[in-house]
Design a protein around this ligand. Structure first.
Ligand SMILES: [Zn+2]
Length: 495
């Protein structure tokens, strides 16, 4: 029985892997200890400071700190690395099946868009934790249990580092050519391209051959490369997007307070896409950019709209800033406009996803693993019928991430996130030998961290579901993962 715990899968090691990732040169990530140290004071203090020059290294540190503070809600990942080895961080907020994609800093000098994405990430996680009501009548938890918001806060970290820190941001053997790409200047404040002089928002395969006003070679802006997706960063975003299949996408740029939403949009999608863009416009005051007869392509949202036939927005944040970054003095205005927009987009993204799901019969037993809300219809906007306690229920139908169950108050719809679909095997108190430090869970649904470590003991088995056991231990009722060893089978004869 001693050896049983080493078989247990540890579900929460993924985040730790990322703390080993490092980046090039002076922008290397800070050590993990500073990122994860949680003091009483820091529990309530914000992590992201929007009123500073927001660099790649600050962002990397903040992302790790956010993932450490909200381990059940924020998962870090990577879309790849930049041309000079910086991590193209992704941060997933929420745990729903509908994905929406939010990106900042395709263009180097537009890093106020990274601040925007990072502030949205932190603020929404805090609202979830505080049980806030958002965007009218939605609970933050209800939306983030149904939607995953995939942030890529800085698509172009080499370019951002060059714009903020100058030549020191990139290897010495590149400096002469960077100065040349910058028209002979050592002042890189106007830089938009990546570290190799490719304009990432002219890199995507949407009418790429016909992009207007191209630069003839690598330059601080407008050079599209020799072929689509030549830049590592564009290829990484392209691959991530195909793998994510988002319901909708936003690529933040600056500046001008307008929003692009149409690129040769299929007439069948015009009304839908314009409604979402108009909702965005109403929240921010940004003007919808009228579609051109002959638009120039190559941009991320140009490609996304064509590839998926789904909505995408390119908002230009901040009032006109000229050929440089948007000044931080503009931040309060941008934040006031944007702090709630992703809630609206999450709600829209979820509606798009749910509209494609069909209702299926589900004549099976289910177990609710925690107290859940029961709705009249599979729709967050429908009437709340009952709060339902954990336990076994009869399931009737399923639609997307909703399950209809038979309850004492009649048929109600609940989230599938806290619902295990049978069959279940009753164990009738069968003795289960537990090894020392056995990881025990409140629920096997989702990748939750262990709720407790159990002492070595003989527990009572209540129920088996897939490779999980529900047991009554001295510490309480928990789920543990097989393999377990029935005590009758492991008592050595010579003891
Ligand atoms: Zn831009």
């Amino acid at each position: 029985m001693v050896g049983s715990k080493r078989f247990f899968i540890r579900l929460c090691t993924v985040i730790l892997l990322f703390s080993c990732l490092s980046a090039w040169s002076e922008e290397a990530a800070p050590n993990a200890a500073t990122a994860t140290a949680v003091t009483v004071e820091s529990i309530n203090s914000p992590i992201v400071n929007p009123k500073r020059v927001y660099s790649y290294s600050v962002m990397s540190r903040d992302l790790k700190a956010l993932a450490a503070r909200y381990p059940e809600l924020i998962k870090l990942g990577s879309a790849g690395t930049s041309e000079y080895g910086r991590e193209l961080w992704t941060a997933d907020l929420g745990r729903g099946p509908a994905v929406i994609l939010i990106m900042g800093s395709h263009h180097a000098r537009e890093w106020i868009t990274t601040i925007t994405a990072m502030m949205q990430l932190e603020t929404m996680a805090r609202q979830y934790e505080q049980g806030s009501v958002v965007y009218g009548s939605y609970r933050a938890k209800d939306l983030l249990d149904r939607v995953t918001i995939r942030f890529v806060p800085m698509v172009n970290p080499d370019g951002v580092a060059l714009q903020q820190s100058g030549l020191a941001a990139l290897p010495p053997d590149t400096h002469a050519s960077l100065i040349q790409m910058n028209g002979g200047s050592r002042n890189f404040k106007r830089w938009k391209a990546n570290g190799k002089g490719i304009d990432l928002n002219r890199s995507y395969p949407a009418d790429w051959d016909d992009i207007q006003n191209p630069a003839s070679g690598p330059a601080y802006m407008n050079y599209k490369g020799k072929k689509p997706l030549q830049a590592k960063e564009a290829q990484a975003v392209y691959d991530l997007t195909l793998a994510s299949v988002p319901e909708l996408a936003v690529a933040y740029h600056s500046s001008g307070e307008i929003v692009y939403w149409n690129y040769k949009t299929d007439p069948a999608n015009l009304k839908r896409d314009k409604a979402i863009a108009s909702a965005y416009s109403a929240m921010t005051g940004y003007r919808l950019f009228a579609p051109l007869a002959n638009p120039s392509g190559g941009g991320f949202t140009d490609w996304f709209i064509q590839e998926f036939g789904r909505p995408a927005l390119t908002p230009e944040l901040g009032r006109g800033a000229g050929p440089s970054h948007v000044p931080l003095a503009e931040w309060d205005r941008i934040w006031k406009q944007h702090k709630d927009t992703v809630w609206m987009l999450a709600k829209e993204g979820y509606s798009l996803w749910l509209s494609r799901q069909t209702v299926a019969e589900l004549n099976e037993e289910v177990r609710l693993t925690e107290t859940v809300q029961g709705y009249r219809y599979p729709d967050l906007g429908s009437r709340l019928i009952a709060k339902l306690d954990p336990g076994r229920y009869e399931a009737l139908r399923q639609k997307g991430d909703w399950v209809e169950i038979s309850s004492p108050k009649g048929a109600v719809w609940v989230s599938s996130l806290h619902t295990l679909v049978g069959p279940f095997e009753r164990l009738d108190g069968m003795a289960v030998a537990i090894g020392p430090d056995t990881e025990a869970y409140r629920s096997p649904a989702g990748a939750q961290p262990a709720a407790a470590k159990l002492e070595a003991q003989t527990a009572a088995g209540l129920e088996r579901w897939q490779d999980w056991l529900l047991i009554r231990a001295v510490e309480g009722i928990f789920w543990i993962k097989e393999p377990f060893e029935p005590s009758t089978a492991v008592e050595p004869a010579d003891m």
